[in-house]
Structure formats: structure tokens, C-alpha cells
Design a protein around this ligand. Structure first.
Ligand SMILES: Nc1nc2c(c(=O)[nH]1)N[C@H]1C(S)=C(S)[C@@H](COP(=O)(O)OP(=O)(O)OC[C@H]3O[C@@H](n4cnc5c(=O)[nH]c(N)nc54)[C@H](O)[C@@H]3O)O[C@H]1N2
Ligand SMILES: Nc1nc2c(c(=O)[nH]1)N[C@H]1C(S)=C(S)[C@@H](COP(=O)(O)OP(=O)(O)OC[C@H]3O[C@@H](n4cnc5c(=O)[nH]c(N)nc54)[C@H](O)[C@@H]3O)O[C@H]1N2
Ligand code: SF4
Ligand SMILES: [Mo]
Length: 755
């Protein structure tokens, strides 16, 4: 890099305590640490076992290294060369903010506020919510963050069918939950030791554990029944399970008669999904399909989990996520303790009000819906209004985590920049996302980010990522130890935890919140933004009559909602237009979707594109979470790299043998869009026809600038995945798992692309 980073400038902190409670700086999960602070410098981190979620994942030991890493971004940078050339000038925050605000004002005045697109990542803490609040006040409906890909389809399906989200945050309750289905989710990795213990305890107490996953995942290891499904066949499986449950009369007749509309339509929709046909489509034995249907329907109460493996399947996502919702409903598992309790936002935090739901829906400057609403109405402002209307009786203040749902579809963002379709997007402000690595069709994203059409591109991050390298301004963000944290900022989850800022930010790092506050103040939003993040937290906590500092200072620094009660629908009805569970959704019909989705194959698949499958004869899924990384992150941490040094393509030994590939060999993973290099890892537990490719790889140790961009074209599977709108789910998200590929050995002596 062409700028200097002073090594050791640390400001005094002046905090008296030696050992303090804070949040782990490494990822947005915000787990609690005990930190020893000496002369204002955090010198030792330990998991805080007296807290609700101690920092004890495999990355936790890297807290100090992460916080002090020499490659961290510490100063605002302004591009002086071409985009991607890697030439930067260090500037002050005021200059950066003045220039960015002036450009935004010009863009707003010329093209309208909708010409500004924000991009966010996986959950990163309070900056995310501040971003949505800012976008709302500014008047742009073009908000995109990774929640689009990591869940929106599943939540929208739940909203459409029963009006409230039931899938988040519930674990099997030992002795109460009789069956837990982990479908496309692998809790022991995202949830760590606590999740593993919870599953083990439940199983010991008699809960039947079912895991549906093409890989023998950590969760599969703990299961009574593991369904090694073909990636992307989940919709067929869901419809097949419903078929068996209806045919065998195992559904909850009383609940269905009294509370469900559209049962006959559902029965017809699944009529063709006989166990024999589903077996052919899923590559699962007929007996196993029937067994799982019976076990789930007869062991009640039961839960079916959220899972990324079921929401990133493109066209196949639709029947999968709706199918999961129907299964919960027709078995009478909705809103019962130990089953799928329906969750809404807790009242102890002023979240909805602070995010200005109403102004978002009717902003005076905003004339247009987001750039993807034409194609996917469900994820636009208009769609949001329809959902809100349907839910009004039960959720008068509006639904819970609504911003999550309103995100623009990624493919539509690139079209808006490159083709000005349906209207121009001229500015991108990206915070906490490495979109060039994380989203499908990286080449098109690269084209958009380097396009002359884009007048302004700002990135705020901890590191100079391949995405940041293409920005005009790069801004340094604080991490969890040097900023305060109020957990639960995406509005999910019903526990809110608080932790103070433990150390003063190093160098010129600033809270993500401050980017939005400072831009807001320069753009006509004065009076809307408390000066500090701590003060904003105070405002959010007003309904609880507690300040942020008081909450964080408690021995038990978290707020729990009232204990759950069940069957609340008996007094309120469900939060749908009819007040019933709508197996055929009237809301979806109003938005021009079918009431019950058709079960579709993913865009490329053995059954949908058999000709293509002859050339690419393996089914590929990509990007399952690794315990050593959080999505694209942490590749800078040497100790993690020792555990998982590069991108691996897991393949069955028999298949590898036929292809002349040995364990550890470099291989090309090829799709119809191109190839990337990964390293073979032999895995006997996989189906011989299935490959798992590591996702989100880049190599921070390689040259950061064009054409290398830290090796972004080398192993990153998303550079060879399509982002065709035709491949997206009904929510417009990227299709990131369940494709087809071929795997071939890398010829000896091959040099990779850029060098
Ligand atoms: N093929 C395939 N693609 C996938 C997936 C898959 O399974 N398969 N998974 C998808 C999913 S679920 C997700 S969530 C996305 C993830 O996509 P992204 O969110 O874009 O990626 P992350 O790796 O989570 O983080 C992005 C950046 O945030 C920065 N960061 C971390 N903390 C902070 C902070 O506090 N402030 C700021 N400003 N920056 C911070 C990190 O340094 C990192 O560069 O990828 C998606 N892409
Ligand atoms: N350590 C760690 N923790 C994380 C993350 C991380 O990267 N690392 N990422 C965070 C983020 S952003 C998210 S969204 C959550 C996600 O958490 P989870 O929902 O648990 O997601 P993953 O572990 O990515 O994927 C779950 C499983 O889906 C399986 N799968 C792949 N394709 C298919 C398919 O076609 N059908 C089915 N049924 N299953 C399939 C994979 O093999 C994998 O085991 O985790 C969060 N926590
Ligand atoms: S790295 Fe993330 S998940 Fe692991 S302890 Fe730290 S905050 Fe928690
Ligand atoms: Mo995610």
C-alpha cells in the first residue's frame, strides 16, 4: 500500500478499571470478553463466562491481534489514481466527510435521492441500523445488505403464511421439544459451543434431531437422522414431506380446520410429490423421506430451523422456504412452547420508532420505489406497505425487522449503475461489506464499481479489501472493543445486551454510526442524530427506563423479554389479511406472485439443464460457514490461516480418483461462467456426485491493486456464479448455492491469471 500507518500511536483512555467487560472485536456477533486494560491499552482478552454469550469460538483468541493488526485501516484515504490502482492520499475526516456530503447533495439534486445506494454486509453491529436510518431520512429506498442473501426469503415466506417470524432464536427445549429439524443450518458453527451443547442436551432428553444437509456437517454428527440431500432439492423434499403427512393423515386436523386457509390448494400443489419421485429428485432413499415425515409430524412440539442452505438456492428457494412454513403450520407447531413460537420485536427497545418506518414508506423527496421492486415487488417499499397492511391488526406499530426485507436485489443494483435501468444509481456507500467477494458474478460487480457512471463510491471497513480497493474514499471503522455495543441491532432476537467501549479508538478509526451522523448533519438531518453512539443507545432504550451505561454496568447486562406465552393467535388472530394461516397467501397474490410457489429446480441442475449437466456433471454447493472465518473475513489472521490455509473443494474420494485428483491437489472448479483454483479435500461422507466449494476467498497477502485485487479472481467461487435475475428467488436475492460444476486437475506448471 502506498500510505503510511504509524505503528504505535495510542491515545490515553483514562478509564480507571483494570479489568473490564467488553465485546470481542473480531466479528459482529459481539460476544462478551473480559479485557485487561493497561494504560488505556487492551492487553489481554478472555472469554467472559458470566455473560450470556462468552467469546469462545475458535477465532476468539485472536482478539488482540485483530485489534492491533498492522494492516488495519487507521486513517481516511482518498483515491489519487484510477479506481483499483492502489494509489491513496491520507486525508482528515472533515475533508472526507465534506467532500462526500457535497457529492451526495449534488447527486440528490440532479438525480433524486434514490440515486444513492447503500451496501452493507453480514451483521456488523450498530452501524447497520444507523445506515438504514440515514437512508430513510435521506429518502433513498435503495438499501442492500447481506441479510438479503442470508435470510430474507425465509422470513418473507413466514410473513406471507402466518404474519410473524417464528424461526429465529429458538432452540430445542430439553424435555419439551420432541423433534428438531436443522434444515440447511449448521448451528455448531455459527452458534459455537453453546449450540452444540444445546443440541446434545436436547437429544439426551429425548428430542429427535434431524439434519438436512448435503455435507456431514457438525450438526449432522449430532443427529438421529441425517438426510444427505442433493443441493437444491430441498423444495421437492419439503413438498414430499407435506405429501406424506397429508396422505397419512398425520397433520393437525383441528388446527388446520380452525386456523388454516388454502389446505386443499396445498394438497393439490404437493400431489405429484410422491416419495418415489422425491427420492429421484433428492437422491434420498424413499424410506428415509417417509420416516422423517412421520417423525416430525408425530413428535410434537417440534421446530424446523432457519438455514442458509435453504435460502440461497435461487429458484429452488421458493418452494423450500414456503414448504418449511407449511410444515410448521399444518403439524400444529406454530406458537407453542417448545415449538415454533412466533416472535416479534420486543417492546423494551425503541427500534421501530428510531428507524422511522413511516417516513421511509412516505418520504417527501422519494418518487420511486427501489431499483428492484419492478421485478420483485415483495422486496420494495410497495411490497412493504402491503405486508404492513396485512399485519396491522396484530402488529400495529409495523412488523419487526422490516428493513431486512426491503433490500434491493444485488443484480438490480449493478444494472442500475451500468445500464441506468430502471433509473441511474450514481453513488454507492458500502459499510462492512466486501461485496466484490461476497456476491454472485464478481466480474459484473467489478464492472459496476469501476464504471464511469458511478460518481461516488465510499467504503468503510477494517481492512483494505478487494472491494475497498475500487472505492474513491476508504474510511477506517472501529471494532467491537473500541466502540460500545447494544446487541440485537437487526431487530431480531429477543435479548438485548450492552457493553461499553473499553478502549479509545486507535488512530483515526471511527464508529460506523459517526459516518451516518456526520453525513446526516451535513445533509439537512440536524437534530436527528445524537452526538455519540452511547447517546443514541440511550434513546433506543427509553422504553425500558434505563440508560445504556446503567444497563452495561449491571452484573447481568442484558434485557430479556417477558417469558413466552403460547397461542397468542387465539386472541389476536394471525398477522395476515384473513387473520388465519394462509397456506395460499393472499398477500403474495396481491403482489402478483402465486399463492403457493411452484416447486422449481435451481437455474442450472441435472433435471433442469440436463445438456449442460453432461458437461458439468457434478452438483456443487458453495460457502458453508467455516469455524475459522466469518464469511469473507479474517483471512489476515495467521493462526486461522494455519487451520484453513486456502480455498478447499471437497469431493468424494471415488470421484476424485476417477478424475486423477489426490487429497490436497490444486484443482480447477469450473462452471459455465469460468474457473477458479481451489485445493481438493477428500470427503467420504459426500455423495459422489456432489462437491462443496469454499466460498468468499481472497488472499490479503497478495498484491492489493489491479489486476490482482488480492487474488480475488483466483479462488473466489462467486466470480464464476451467475446473478441472472431469472435464477433469483422470489425475493430477488443471489443464487449462491446449488449449481453444477466440473472439477479438473490443475495442469503442472500452470500460472494463475494475473501473474
Ligand atoms: N457463494 C456464496 N456466497 C455467499 C455466501 C455463501 O454461502 N455462498 N454467503 C452469503 C452470506 S450469508 C453473507 S452474510 C455474505 C457476507 O458478505 P459480506 O458481509 O460482504 O462479508 P463479510 O465477510 O461478512 O464482511 C465484509 C466486511 O466487513 C468488514 N467489517 C467487519 N466488521 C466491521 C465493522 O464493524 N465496521 C465496518 N465498517 N466494517 C466491518 C470486514 O472487514 C469485511 O471486509 O456473503 C454471502 N455470499
Ligand atoms: N464461524 C462462522 N460463523 C458464522 C458465519 C461464518 O462464516 N463463520 N457466517 C454467519 C452468517 S453471515 C450466517 S448467514 C450464518 C449462517 O449459518 P447457517 O445457516 O448455519 O449457514 P451455513 O453454515 O453457511 O450453512 C449451513 C449448511 O447448509 C448446507 N447446505 C449447502 N447447500 C445446501 C442445500 O442445497 N440444501 C441444504 N439443505 N443444505 C445445504 C451446508 O453444507 C452447511 O452445512 O452463520 C453466521 N455465523
Ligand atoms: S470472533 Fe465473533 S463469534 Fe467468535 S468470539 Fe469473537 S465476536 Fe464471538
Ligand atoms: Mo449471512
Amino acid at each position: 500500500m502506498l500510505f503510511e500507518t504509524p505503528e504505535t500511536e495510542v491515545r490515553p483512555v483514562g478509564l480507571a478499571q483494570e479489568t473490564q467487560r467488553g465485546t470481542c472485536p473480531i466479528c459482529g456477533m459481539g460476544c462478551f470478553v473480559e479485557v485487561k486494560v493497561q494504560d488505556g491499552i487492551p492487553v489481554r482478552f478472555k472469554a467472559d463466562h458470566g455473560s450470556p454469550h462468552p467469546a469462545d469460538c475458535p477465532r476468539a483468541g485472536q482478539a488482540k491481534t485483530y485489534h492491533n493488526h498492522p494492516d488495519r485501516l487507521n486513517f481516511p484515504l482518498k483515491r489519487v489514481g484510477r479506481r483499483g490502482e492502489g494509489r491513496w492520499e491520507q486525508i482528515g475526516w472533515d475533508q472526507a466527510l465534506d467532500e462526500i456530503a457535497a457529492k451526495l447533495a449534488r447527486i440528490r439534486d440532479t438525480h433524486g435521492p434514490e440515486a444513492v445506494q447503500t451496501l452493507g454486509g453480514s451483521f456488523k453491529g450498530p452501524g447497520d441500523a444507523a445506515c438504514w436510518r440515514w437512508a430513510n431520512l435521506f429518502g433513498t429506498p435503495n438499501i442492500m445488505h447481506q441479510g438479503k442473501n442470508c435470510g430474507s426469503a425465509e422470513y418473507l415466506a413466514e410473513w406471507s403464511v402466518y404474519g410473524t417470524i417464528g424461526v429465529v432464536g429458538y432452540w430445542p427445549m430439553p424435555y419439551v421439544t420432541k423433534c428438531a429439524v436443522f434444515w440447511g443450518g449448521n448451528p455448531p458453527v455459527p452458534g459455537g459451543i453453546a449450540a452444540e451443547k444445546a443440541i446434545k442436551a436436547a437429544r439426551k432428553a429425548g428430542t429427535k434431531i434431524i439434519v438436512i444437509d448435503p455435507r456431514r456437517s457438525e450438526a449432522a454428527e449430532l443427529a438421529d437422522i441425517w438426510l444427505r440431500i442433493r443441493p437444491g432439492a430441498d423444495g421437492a423434499l419439503a413438498y414430499g414431506l407435506i405429501h406424506v403427512i397429508i396422505n397419512e393423515g398425520l397433520y393437525d386436523k383441528e388446527f388446520v380446520d380452525k386456523w388454516c386457509l388454502g389446505f386443499d390448494e396445498l394438497r393439490n400443489a404437493v400431489a405429484d410429490y410422491t416419495p418415489a419421485r422425491v427420492s429421484e429428485l433428492t437422491w434420498l432413499p424413499v424410506e428415509q423421506i417417509i420416516e422423517v415425515a412421520r417423525v416430525y409430524a408425530t413428535h410434537k412440539p417440534g421446530i424446523i430451523s432457519f438455514g442458509l442452505g435453504t435460502v440461497e438456492l435461487g429458484n429452488a428457494t421458493n418452494a423450500t422456504v414456503f414448504g418449511k412454513a407449511y410444515l410448521r403450520a399444518i403439524t400444529g407447531n406454530l406458537d407453542v412452547i417448545g415449538g415454533q413460537l412466533l416472535d416479534d420485536m420486543p417492546e423494551f427497545i425503541r427500534y421501530r420508532e428510531e428507524l422511522h418506518w413511516d417516513t421511509l414508506l412516505d418520504h417527501p423527496l422519494r418518487k420511486r420505489d427501489n431499483v428492484s421492486a419492478g421485478r420483485w415487488p415483495v422486496a420494495g417499499v410497495g411490497g412493504m406497505k402491503t405486508f404492513r397492511e396485512a399485519m396491522a391488526r396484530v402488529h400495529p406499530k409495523g412488523p419487526g425487522p422490516a428493513f431486512y426485507m426491503m433490500c434491493t436485489a444485488p443484480s438490480a443494483v449493478w444494472n442500475a449503475i451500468l445500464d441506468e435501468d430502471p433509473y441511474p444509481v450514481k453513488a454507492v456507500i458500502a459499510q462492512g461489506t466486501n461485496s466484490l467477494v461476497a456476491l454472485a458474478n464478481s466480474r459484473r460487480i467489478h464492472e459496476a464499481f469501476t464504471s464511469a457512471n458511478l460518481d461516488l463510491h465510499v467504503v468503510m471497513d477494517h481492512w483494505m479489501t478487494p472491494h475497498a480497493q475500487l472505492a474513491d474514499y476508504v474510511l477506517p471503522a472501529t471494532d467491537g472493543i473500541e466502540r460500545p455495543n447494544l446487541g440485537g441491532m437487526w431487530g431480531f432476537g429477543n435479548v438485548t445486551s450492552a457493553a461499553m467501549r473499553v478502549a479509545k479508538p486507535l488512530h483515526e478509526r471511527r464508529d460506523d454510526y459517526q459516518l451516518w451522523r456526520e453525513l446526516g448533519n451535513r445533509l439537512g438531518q440536524r437534530g436527528q442524530w445524537p452526538d455519540t453512539l452511547e447517546e443514541w443507545f440511550d434513546k433506543l432504550l427509553e422504553p425500558s427506563d434505563i440508560t445504556f451505561a446503567e444497563l452495561a454496568g449491571r452484573d447481568m447486562p442484558w434485557l430479556f423479554p417477558a417469558p413466552p406465552t403460547e397461542r397468542r393467535y387465539e386472541t389476536t388472530g394471525f398477522a395476515t389479511f384473513s387473520g388465519k394461516v394462509e397456506l395460499s397467501s393472499s398477500l403474495m397474490k396481491r403482489l402478483d406472485y402465486p399463492g403457493i410457489p411452484r416447486c422449481e429446480e435451481p437455474g442450472w441442475s441435472p433435471f433442469r439443464t440436463p445438456d449442460l449437466f453432461r458437461d458439468y456433471p457434478l452438483v456443487m454447493t458453495a460457502g458453508a460457514s467455516s469455524p475459522y472465518y466469518y464469511r469473507s473475513q479474517h483471512k489476515q489472521l495467521e493462526k486461522m490461516r494455519r487451520q484453513h490455509p486456502k480455498a478447499f473443494a471437497s469431493i468424494h474420494p471415488e470421484t476424485a480418483g476417477k478424475l486423477g485428483i489426490g487429497n490436497g491437489d490444486p484443482v480447477w472448479v469450473e462452471t459455465p461462467m469460468g474457473r477458479v483454483r481451489q485445493w481438493a479435500r477428500l470427503d467420504e461422507a459426500l455423495h459422489p456426485g456432489v462437491v462443496h466449494a469454499d466460498g468468499l476467498w481472497w488472499y490479503p497477502e497478495q498484491e492489493a491493486y489491479e489486476p490482482h485485487l488480492s487474488g480475488v479472481w483466483e479462488s473466489n467461487i462467486n466470480s464464476i456464479l451467475p446473478d441472472s435475475p431469472d435464477f433469483a428467488s422470489f425475493a430477488g436475492d443471489n443464487h449462491l448455492r446449488a449449481h453444477i460444476c466440473r472439477v479438473v486437475p490443475v495442469e503442472a506448471g500452470t500460472h494463475f491469471g494475473a501473474d
